[in-house]
Ligand binder design. Structure first.
Ligand SMILES: Nc1nc2c(c(=O)[nH]1)N=C([C@H](O)[C@H](O)COP(=O)(O)OP(=O)(O)OP(=O)(O)O)CN2
Length: 143
């Protein structure tokens, strides 16, 4: 038997896709929706994999501190980094790759979730990131 829980959050961020053939090469923003999907080895005495409030605190806390109202940019995109750095104040989060929905979901699953969920007994197996109401990327851990 597997027990899974999830919680969804919203945040606003700017980005651009370096090398994109169309309009997404321009700086623009999205109202993102992100879903964190977790599983755990065992339920606690109350019956939880992890308390939903605790899940909110760690996930929303990270998003608020890092991506919300920031520009999420590829660390190789020197031109965009310089442009945003020239506006004061600014908020930038550098990613090691282009900030596609796929890569942002991958970063959350591989880099962020292990850190923010450390010691909780729960772990993320999937992150789904909606860039619009119609488009999303889903990243899962290999078995
Ligand atoms: N596989 C992916 N494709 C695209 C991504 C992505 O993250 N993964 N991102 C973008 C852009 O960020 C863009 O903002 C979205 O583009 P698009 O879906 O083309 O936008 P619209 O549907 O709103 O375009 P309209 O032509 O105005 O309908 C692009 N691709």
């Amino acid at each position: 038997m597997a027990i899974r829980i999830s919680r969804r959050f919203t945040f606003c961020a700017g980005h651009r896709l370096l090398g994109h053939e169309g309009k997404c090469q321009n700086l623009h923003g999205h109202n993102y929706v992100v879903e964190f999907h977790l599983t755990g080895e065992e339920q606690d005495s109350i019956g939880r994999i992890m308390d939903f409030k605790a899940l909110k605190n760690v996930c929303k806390g990270w998003l608020d501190d890092n991506w919300d109202h920031a520009f999420v940019l590829w660390d190789q995109d020197e031109n965009a980094l310089q442009a945003i750095r020239s506006s004061k104040p600014h908020r930038i989060y550098e990613l090691p790759y282009n900030p596609t929905a796929e890569n942002m979901a991958k970063y959350l699953l591989e880099q962020v979730c292990p850190k923010i969920l450390d010691g909780t007994g729960a772990s993320a197996y999937m992150v789904r990131l909606w860039e619009s109401e119609e488009t999303c990327a889903e990243v899962t851990l290999d078995d």
